[in-house]
Write a protein that binds this ligand. Structure first.
Ligand code: BTN
Length: 243
């Protein structure tokens, strides 16, 4: 059951044809739960300073949130956002998984991704922008990207607006649950996470951490068992190693 004082994702929904990046444009909407959706982006950005190829047919959406949670919880937001994308895709009869932290993948191909930019005031998150890119009906990817789309996987075009509406409902549910029980979603996340149980190499600011990915901690960090014990990886690129 939803709380009486429910927060919504989609309090304001603005759709535009073209934008540099929805990450910037959504901030102008100001309101908690505001959403900006673009048909295409000319300067879409991804994690780790990468570009996000954003031709027509994909979903490019940013959500502005003002959650006022502790700064330590900010790393959880992109995780439940990725989970919401997986759940919405499951509603279309597809079983994508999450590669830690929030890559949505089908096998080894990338279906979608999440970028979170949060601003902290004191010890709390003041506002956060969650950017979601999903390859829905776009089928051509840059050479260096192993991409796939809902259309390619399902063999038919997908109703982009219906998918987006469903995703906003799921984000609303996750947002409200996060505000009252920040880590409650982690069990579902872990079930969906393909990284767990694998041998990985994580490139972090402090060097490479190699070992078995054994869990996700309460701040969204990946727990990796190495020869020296269990190390927490908070950020960085993770690759799965051949076993
Ligand atoms: C990733 O690198 O996996 C994250 C990709 C996030 C892309 C989305 S598309 C909508 C929003 N606007 C952007 O410029 N980036 C995010």
């Amino acid at each position: 059951m939803r709380p009486l004082r429910e927060r919504r994702v989609g309090t304001v929904v603005r759709r535009v044809e073209t934008v540099g990046s929805t990450m910037d444009a959504v901030r102008e909407l100001g309101k908690d739960g505001a959403v900006l959706i673009a048909d295409e982006q000319t300067r879409g950005r991804g994690r780790q300073g990468r570009a996000w190829h954003s031709p027509e047919g994909g979903l490019y959406m940013s959500v502005l949130l003002k959650p006022r949670v502790g700064a330590e919880a900010s790393g959880l937001m992109p995780l439940w956002t990725g989970l919401a994308v997986c759940e919405a895709s499951r509603g279309m009869d597809l079983e994508p998984r999450l590669a830690w932290p929030n890559d949505v993948v089908v096998g080894t191909k990338k279906l979608g991704g999440v970028l979170c930019e949060s601003e902290v005031a004191g010890s709390r998150v003041d506002r956060a922008v969650l950017g979601i890119g999903v390859n829905v009906n776009n089928c051509i990817f840059p050479e260096d990207v192993r991409g796939t789309s809902l259309r390619l996987e399902l063999g038919e075009a997908v109703e982009l607006e219906a998918f987006t509406d469903d995703l906003m409902e799921r984000l609303t549910d996750h947002y409200n649950r996060f505000l009252t029980e920040p880590v409650a979603f982690l069990d579902d996340y872990e079930r969906c996470c393909t990284t767990l149980g694998r041998n990985v190499a994580a490139d972090t600011a402090a060097g490479t951490v190699k070992g078995a990915a054994v869990g996700v901690g309460e701040q969204g960090e990946l727990m990796v068992r190495t020869g020296e014990g269990v190390e927490a990886v908070h950020a960085g690129d993770v690759v799965e190693l051949e076993t």
